[in-house]
Structure formats: structure tokens, C-alpha cells
Design a protein around this ligand. Structure first.
Ligand code: TZP
Ligand code: MG
Length: 205
């Protein structure tokens, strides 16, 4: 599947709960979201597989890939388009071997040290952040700011999507830092109108 990182929505069970996960995602995609990541730190695998299948069905006919956070077994079982893992979520090569060549595989990178020992051969893109401190991830690393983001992008052999406290007003600065797009939770999921919230990211382009 073609990967357009322009606006990457990461779901959150708390923030999306109000109007329902599928409804929120469908609205956000109408507003221009180009990638959806299903992220739920606490759901059982079975529940997440079920959610992934419902999301995959809702996204059928769109060109928006569905990526699973952390859980390789869920990505494989659910028929999702890919997996996103962190630095402590196992070996990139093992994930690639289990997923196959066609799946999308992303990795979170927070530091230049992590960038230096990247297994880029097996990866499609990187998540770079957090740009700002955010309540949406409790254990996040030291914020990079846009200068730190630019340093990571400059050292990266792969396309990067920036994450962490990003809002529509940060599109220009994120692009200037060299990232291909913005990944967000609360700027879309936590909004009363996720479609309009997504659309706002394209307002100045
Ligand atoms: N990884 C780094 S920051 C973050 C994740 C999953 C949370 C981003 O959420 P928000 O609400 O867009 O700041
Ligand atoms: Mg993880």
C-alpha cells in the first residue's frame, strides 16, 4: 500500500470513546487523514483484532492504510496493513519476517543514538518525537522541539512522521523541519468534530 504520511491519526480508546472508534476514524478520514494507527495499550489481543477488522472494513475503498501499534500478532491476525513498534517492542527484522514484505512497518525513534543503530532495511517509515510534551503518552521521552526534530530528520534514511503535542498550527514548522507529516491523537480524536479537526491540517496548503 502506498504510504502518504501527511496526516497520521493515532487512536486512543479514551479520547475516541465518546462517539465511537469507527465513527471517529471515518470522520477523520473524510477530513483528510492519510494513515490510521490503532493504538490501545490495555485491550486484550482478541478485542483489538475485532476493532482492527471493523476499522479495516470501514476503510475499505479508501487508500488509507490501517497500522497496528505494538502487537505483531494482532497485525498478522487482523489483516491490517502494517505494524508500528517502539524501541522496546522486539526486533525489527523479526517483525518484518512475520509480516511479510508487503506490510508497512514503522518504528518510533527519539534520539540520534537510536537513529544511528537503525535497522532501516526492514522499515518503511519512522515516528519521530515527541516534539512537545503531551498528556496523551505517559512515559514519553524528552521533547525534541522543532530543532531536535530537524536533527533527527537530517540523520534519517527513511521518511519520518512527527508526533507529540502537534496541532494544525504546527504544520508549517513540522514541514520546515523536514518531516513528511504529522501524527496526532488529541488534535483529532479529542475534538467534537474530528472531520473538521482533520481538515484544519490542510487549510494552509
Ligand atoms: N508517541 C509519542 S507522543 C505520543 C505518542 C503515541 C502521543 C501523541 O498524542 P497527542 O495527543 O497528539 O499529543
Ligand atoms: Mg510500543
Amino acid at each position: 500500500m502506498r504510504l502518504d504520511l501527511s496526516l497520521y491519526l493515532v487512536t486512543d480508546p479514551g479520547l475516541c470513546a465518546g462517539r465511537g472508534l469507527v465513527e471517529t476514524v471515518v470522520a477523520a478520514v473524510r477530513g483528510g487523514v492519510t494513515v490510521v494507527q490503532l493504538r490501545d495499550k490495555h485491550a486484550a489481543d482478541g478485542e483489538m483484532i475485532d476493532q482492527a477488522r471493523r476499522l479495516k472494513a470501514a476503510l475499505a475503498g479508501s487508500s488509507v492504510p490501517l497500522i497496528i501499534n505494538d502487537r505483531l500478532a494482532v497485525a498478522v491476525e487482523s489483516g491490517a496493513d502494517g505494524l508500528h513498534i517502539g524501541q522496546d517492542d522486539g526486533e525489527v527484522a523479526a517483525a518484518r519476517a512475520a509480516l511479510g514484505e508487503r506490510a508497512l512497518l514503522g518504528l518510533s525513534v527519539q534520539t540520534l543514538e537510536q537513529m544511528a543503530r537503525l535497522d532501516a532495511e526492514h522499515l518503511d517509515y519512522l515516528g519521530l518525537g515527541p516534539v512537545f510534551a503531551t498528556p496523551s503518552k505517559h512515559d514519553h521521552a524528552q521533547p525534541l522541539g522543532f530543532a531536535g526534530l530537524a536533527r533527527l530528520v537530517a540523520a534519517s534514511p527513511l521518511p519520518g512522521v512527527a508526533i507529540g503535542g502537534l496541532k494544525a498550527e504546527h504544520v508549517a514548522a513540522t514541514r520546515e523541519a523536514g518531516a513528511q507529516g504529522l501524527a496526532v491523537i488529541s488534535a483529532i480524536c479529542g475534538r467534537p468534530d474530528p472531520e473538521a479537526a482533520a481538515r484544519a491540517f490542510f487549510a494552509g496548503r
